[in-house]
Write a protein that binds this ligand. Structure first.
Ligand SMILES: Cc1cc2nc3c(=O)[nH]c(=O)nc-3n(C[C@H](O)[C@H](O)[C@H](O)COP(=O)(O)OP(=O)(O)OC[C@H]3O[C@@H](n4cnc5c(N)ncnc54)[C@H](O)[C@@H]3O)c2cc1C
Length: 292
């Protein structure tokens, strides 16, 4: 099923993101997590491409989630270190595995490389990768990454959004945002991208907080600001993950309610391969819906 079609059904599209575990034991545990989350009837799941691991890991796990667990699934795929021939081979693998949905990304430069360098015969931006996929006629439904608080490399919000327009014009059929903790960033972003003529669904990316040090690290890397009131609450539970998770779930439920009430077409959960926080949030949102 093409994920874009799910947005035409008049229901919020809920998705869960996972990364390929390092070991077979880790993969087994992840499959158990996904089986637990399946009870919440996600619209689809997605599997990241992590820098050091071969693309095959992403493709294999996406195919298992789709064919064995029975949930629609999307592969993320980066092109930061590969050329055209290699990317063509990977997209053929994805197609041959029966995967219909792909999130094409440029990816980050390797850690020892301060700035992005186009690989030989490769791509500079995700938009070029999307054009390549369309030219080769792989037939995928394509997503795209978007940044309400601006991509860290972009000189300005305006430039970043103009480049996002190029990405959508090249073929992204829906967008998933970077995580954020202040909804005003999302609502302002949606309004300004609509003004530019971007008319595809823009799904907020939600990362539930379960560990204070971890979320501070990830937020700093991605450029997501943590509002002061939330930061104050987190400062009080720095060494207590259970308490941090309780604060994180309560915050995310409020955040997600406001996003859905404000017209967000769905929610994409960065699960970090764990189920309890995402389950608690989604159960509460479903209870809201049933009560209304
Ligand atoms: C939903 C989501 C999922 C992600 N999944 C993964 C994953 O699985 N694996 C992973 O490694 N990373 C992932 N990332 C992170 C992503 O790879 C990084 O943020 C990366 O730095 C940018 O990738 P991109 O595809 O957004 O790049 P691009 O869209 O190419 O943008 C990168 C920068 O280039 C600028 N730009 C674009 N076009 C032009 C142009 N023509 N001229 C000048 N500047 C331009 C943009 O404004 C931006 O600053 C994900 C991010 C998101 C939001």
């Amino acid at each position: 099923m093409r994920i874009r079609d799910l947005f035409d059904r008049g229901q919020p599209v809920f998705s869960f993101e996972f990364f390929p575990p390092k070991t077979d034991v880790g993969e087994q545990k992840l499959l158990e997590t996904v089986h637990r989350l399946k009870e919440l009837e996600p619209s689809y799941v997605s599997v990241t491409k992590t820098g050091a691991k071969p693309a095959e890991k992403t493709v294999e796990l996406t195919a298992r989630l789709k064919h064995e667990v029975g949930i629609e699934a999307m592969s993320h795929m980066t092109c930061a270190t590969a050329g055209r021939e290699e990317m063509g081979r990977i997209f053929s693998l994805i197609r041959d595995a029966g995967i219909e949905n792909v999130l094409p990304l440029r990816g980050d430069p390797p850690q020892d490389q301060p700035h992005f360098v186009r690989p030989p015969d490769g791509f500079r931006y995700a938009t070029e990768l999307i054009q390549f996929i369309r030219e080769r006629d792989f037939g995928f439904c394509l997503a795209g990454a978007a940044y309400p608080e601006k991509h860290p490399e972009a000189a300005s919000d305006e430039e970043d959004r103009q480049h996002l327009k190029e990405k959508v014009d090249a073929g992204s059929e829906f967008l998933i945002t970077q995580m954020f903790y202040s909804n005003e960033h999302y609502f302002r972003f949606v309004a300004s991208t609509r003004a530019l003529g971007i008319d595809v669904p823009i799904v907020p990316g939600i990362m539930p907080i379960t560990n204070v040090a971890q979320i501070e690290r990830i937020a700093a890397m991605s450029g997501a600001l943590i509002p002061q009131a939330l930061q104050n609450d987190l400062n009080g539970v720095r060494n207590d993950n259970d308490a941090a998770e309780a604060i994180g779930v309560e915050f995310a439920v409020r955040q997600c309610r406001e996003l859905l009430d404000g017209g967000a077409p769905g929610l994409h959960f960065y699960t970090l391969n764990k189920s309890p926080a995402t389950s608690a949030i989604l159960r509460q949102l479903r209870a809201d819906r049933d009560a209304s």
